[in-house]
Design a protein around this ligand. Sequence first.
Ligand SMILES: NC(=O)c1ccc[n+]([C@@H]2O[C@H](COP(=O)([O-])OP(=O)(O)OC[C@H]3O[C@@H](n4cnc5c(N)ncnc54)[C@H](OP(=O)(O)O)[C@@H]3O)[C@@H](O)[C@H]2O)c1
Length: 256
Amino acid sequence: MDKLKNKVAVITGGNSGIGFGIAEAFRNEGATGAITGRNQSTLDRSVEALGEGFISIRGDVTNQDDLENIFQKTADAFGKIDVLVVNAGGVVDGIPLGAISDVTEEGYDRYMDLNLKSAYFTVQKSLPYLNDGASVILIGSSAAHRAAPGMAIYSAAKAAVISLAKGLSLDLLARNIRVNTLSPGSIDTPVFGKLVPEEHLEQVKQTWIDLIPVGKQGLPSDIGKAAVFLASDDSAFIVGTEILSDGGMTNISLMK
Ligand SMILES: NC(=O)c1ccc[n+]([C@@H]2O[C@H](COP(=O)([O-])OP(=O)(O)OC[C@H]3O[C@@H](n4cnc5c(N)ncnc54)[C@H](OP(=O)(O)O)[C@@H]3O)[C@@H](O)[C@H]2O)c1
């Protein structure tokens, strides 16, 4: 219950899905800190559910000033930061994913900005506020390893995030800051509602379940538990690598 006692965490996108699952798991292990997002009502609801050890900070991770503000405000409230979870990402509002013939230059840039560039600058802007010895967790995706329809840009961005964990760990070695990627497989979060009309939601989730060896989608709490491990000193010797939490989807075939 106290693996993260006295640790201060920032979780971007902590007001929904996987980010909220990570924030809950961190809270349960004694951490305090900040969740971020753009939607004020889900921020309010989430921070109330987390309780008094957490604050919410509104900000767009594709905006450099907002990133600066997130870390400044967290440091003002809690002092230096021990754990950073770079989770905000996924679907860009109003821009559908698509095959190469359908993707515009604007769509390409917006997906890369949200899923790759923002990850890089979230880490960069956090640096003055991170404690030496901090753990940085980048949220990747099993999509980096296995193609799925319409997801080439998103998958490429997440593949680059997995690479960032290596390069940034090297850059930050002198400060003993570990950067690792935690890559979820198909996790049951509100993201599916952003991609698929309500009437097709169950069918699309079932299509994913049929690909997952353990026979179910993951839950945000599954990712939360893996994030606790990467945030805690239990993973002190794990540096610049990736942990897949995907129910076996990437590495095991269900071929009969
Ligand atoms: N669910 C899955 O199956 C799955 C699988 C692999 C990887 N992932 C990754 O896991 C992460 C979380 O996804 P999720 O499934 O939990 O999705 P989600 O429920 O849609 O949550 C996305 C989060 O990102 C925040 N966000 C999005 N754009 C933002 C922006 N421009 N600035 C600041 N915050 C922004 C959202 O908050 P606001 O809307 O309030 O800004 C929200 O908190 C993403 O990086 C996603 O790529 C998800």
